[in-house]
Design a protein around this ligand. Structure first.
Ligand SMILES: Nc1ncnc2c1ncn2[C@@H]1O[C@H](COP(=O)(O)OP(=O)(O)O)[C@@H](O)[C@H]1O
Ligand SMILES: [Mg+2]
Ligand SMILES: [Zn+2]
Length: 510
């Protein structure tokens, strides 16, 4: 007899509906799986055989053929254990067929029949919803996560025997309910707060501008000046995630198998800080079945490249295209997968090999040539995408012992949100789909960053003195626009542009 069960397979951060056809017929006892299964799916045969026997079901001593459709899509992982088990039970008439059409079945089955959670359930649930599927049957530990998508009936079970019982006596079971998705509250990611940073008004201000305009930023300063400390606090002044954004972020982490609290939404903006020994694929994503990399895990949040000059040049080159596009495409022979990657880039670097060039307390011991070859590393395509170059000095001992706390992240975030709102209104009036000033193009700058004559003269002098390119000039104008938004000014004033010119520390060194 033939039974057909529905399941799903991940494809990037989305899912594809997969048919699992099971035929039990005469012939030599055995089980074959066809339809582009990977090794984990092949091993499913042994797990399912043991699980069904141990759960007390008759395992048909006949020829069992499992066919996965569509045939040209590679099927991976252990999530087909449950649909294959259900298919065998259905084809051997041990469970009722009535509900099989309406639900997707997914889950890993262990040898004793216990159901184990799988990765990517949120993505599968979202896809199921968009396909108009009635519900999901999956491991209990995945049920909360799936139920984040409303409009689906989600049944979570601990054991394959419970699933069989559900199919035979559905009236005895009810779908899982999530306790109303509360409004996303303001959170302080990692518990880190700007109020712990003493002094450093210049760097704090730059961080606020970065948050308000979505600008990429690099801190330049000697060891111990607080670069890492400052960078880690950027998520705390970004606006809270909207519900849609939180779902997006959770979906990516779910696909990567990194969801720590199964079933709860990620509410904090991500902060990813890959080590400088990270490979290109670990940064941008990769693998036979592509998984998201650091830049996608940082989607809607912050990617922090600490000690930028320690990263290999060719690894940083991987970031160029995604920084441009806000997404990364990973091509494989059979498919191209696209992962979103919209993040704010924060980097840090010493000003020179010894670390103390420009320090007020300790002299630099590098030769001019050493410094120049170091600065040469700080140029090129990645630096070309960084709007704010911010010098950070070490605190003097008297400043360090000074106890007064700085302004809290919550206070700063209020101003950031108001400035972003102002920019958004401008974009809406112009019917543009931009999200923040960092995304402004040259043609927008002509419209929104007009300068009066004396401001134009000031900018021109800076361009000459620092030897700025046209792109660097555009970055100054974008940053000026954000500074004006923070100051509630519709037009660009000289003070806005003058401040933006301050954030060119590296250009100035070179
Ligand atoms: N402005 C500051 N306020 C409070 N503590 C600071 C400040 N700057 C540095 N520190 C202290 O010094 C330590 C080293 O700072 P860190 O951010 O690691 O410096 P860097 O990354 O520039 O080498 C921090 O963990 C913190 O304890
Ligand atoms: Mg550091
Ligand atoms: Zn030096």
């Amino acid at each position: 007899m033939l039974a057909r069960i529905w399941s799903a397979s991940l494809f990037g951060i989305n899912a594809v509906k997969v048919g699992v056809e099971v035929d039990v017929s005469g012939g030599l006892p055995g089980i074959v799986v066809v339809g582009l299964p990977d090794t984990a799916v092949q091993e499913s045969r042994e797990r399912v055989r043991a699980a069904l026997k141990n759960a007390g079901y008759a395992f048909p001593m006949r020829k069992i053929v499992v066919n996965l459709t569509p045939a040209d899509l590679r099927k991976e992982g252990p999530s087909f254990d449950l649909p294959i088990s259900v298919g065998i039970l259905a084809a051997s008439e041990q469970v009722n067929l009535e509900l099989l059409e309406d639900y997707l079945f997914l889950g890993e089955v262990s040898l004793d029949g216990t159901l184990r959670p799988i990765a990517g359930v949120l993505a599968i649930a979202a896809t199921a919803r968009s396909l108009g599927i009635k519900g999901l049957v999956l491991p209990r530990d995945n049920a909360q996560e799936a139920a984040l998508v409303d409009g689906l009936l989600v049944y979570g079970f601990k054991h394959v025997a419970d699933v069989a019982d559900f199919l035979n006596q559905p009236h005895r079971y009810s779908p899982i309910k999530v306790d109303g998705l509360e409004e996303l509250t303001c959170t302080q990611p990692n518990g880190l707060d700007l109020k712990e940073v003493k002094g450093q008004s210049h760097a704090r201000r730059a961080l606020e501008i970065a948050a308000a305009g979505g600008h990429n930023l690099i801190f330049v300063g000697p060891p111990g000046s607080g670069k890492t400390m400052l960078a880690r606090r950027l998520p705390s002044i970004l606006p809270p995630l909207s519900f849609a954004e939180a779902l997006e972020v959770t979906q990516i982490h779910s696909v990567a198998g990194l969801l720590r609290n199964q079933g709860s939404l990620i509410r904090d903006r991500p902060f990813r800080s890959p080590h400088h020994s990270a490979s290109g694929p670990s940064l941008v994503g990769g693998g036979t079945f592509p998984r998201p990399g650091e830049i996608s895990l940082a989607h809607r949040g912050v990617l922090f490249l600490d000690e930028l000059t320690e990263f290999k040049r060719d690894v940083l080159d991987f970031l160029r295209q995604p920084l441009e596009d806000g997404q990364v495409n990973i091509a494989r022979t059979r498919q191209t997968v696209c992962f979103p990657a919209q993040f704010t880039l924060v980097a840090s670097t010493n000003p020179c090999p010894c670390g103390y060039f420009g320090d007020t307390l300790q002299p630099c011991s590098c030769s001019p040539r050493q410094r120049e070859s170091y600065w040469a590393k700080l140029s090129g395509p990645l630096m070309d995408r960084i709007d704010l170059q911010v010098g950070v000095n070490r605190l003097k001992p008297e400043e360090m012992t000074h106890q007064s706390a700085g302004e809290s992240s919550l206070e700063v975030r209020k101003r950031v949100q108001i400035a972003r709102e102002r920019a958004r209104n401008r974009f809406e009036q112009a019917q543009l789909t931009l999200r923040c000033n960092a995304e402004l193009q040259s043609r927008h700058l002509k419209q929104w960053c007009q300068l009066d004559e004396s401001t134009r003269v000031l900018l021109e002098a800076a361009i000459r003195k620092l030897g700025l390119s046209a792109r660097a000039t555009d970055r100054i104008l974008k940053v000026s626009r954000t500074i004006a938004d923070l100051g509630d000014s519709a037009t660009l004033q000289m003070s806005h542009v003058a401040e933006a010119i301050q954030y060119r520390t590296i250009d100035r060194m070179q």
